[in-house]
Design a protein around this ligand. Structure first.
Ligand code: FEO
Length: 169
């Protein structure tokens, strides 16, 4: 495997674990404010990010490439409103999309078609992740300022259940 592709794939393990840590922090934010449905939604989001990390980990191992685990950064943002949390979520997903695109470009440059095929799932997934983050913002804009509507939105988000990723390596 090309050195740059290998490095980027290995770094992505860390980035996905950081995403899990970030969303766990979001979950913690909402739990502390009595919004258990939002806390549930982000707890499941954190689980999905751990799955993403493990897919990169597994892929490198399957390709007989070394895996090097690095320190996971501290999620250190503080938020003045619920909306700021959701906006940080969208911003973060756009950043992750750019990272996936960078790996894809490096794989393309080195004619690493297997890695491109592996990344196809993530390209699609990032589209869904950005849509979900956008939807959260839209719903908060519509319902966040009315306590009864926020209560119902919180209930809706409480219904989210974890499903394993559709990509199996
Ligand atoms: Fe692993 Fe939220 O993308």
């Amino acid at each position: 495997m090309d050195k740059k592709v290998h490095e980027l794939l290995n770094t992505q393990i860390n980035k996905e674990f950081y995403s899990a840590y970030l969303y766990l922090d979001f979950s913690n934010y909402f739990k502390a404010r009595g919004l258990d449905g939002f806390a549930n939604w982000y707890m499941i989001q954190a689980q999905e990010e751990r799955d993403h990390a493990m897919l990169f980990y597994q892929y490198l191992q399957n390709e007989n490439q070394t895996v090097t685990l690095e320190a996971i950064a501290k999620p250190d943002k503080s938020f003045a409103s619920h909306m700021e949390v959701l906006e940080a979520g969208l911003e973060h997903e756009k950043y992750v999309t750019s990272l996936i695109n960078d790996i894809y470009a490096a794989a393309y440059d080195s004619r690493d078609f297997r890695t491109m095929q592996f990344l196809d799932w993530f390209v699609k997934e990032q589209g869904e992740e950005e849509t979900n983050a956008n939807d959260m913002i839209t719903k908060m804009e519509l319902f966040g300022s009315d306590p009864r509507s926020l209560y119902l939105l919180n209930q809706e988000l409480a219904a989210r259940v974890y499903t394993a990723p559709s990509l199996v390596l």
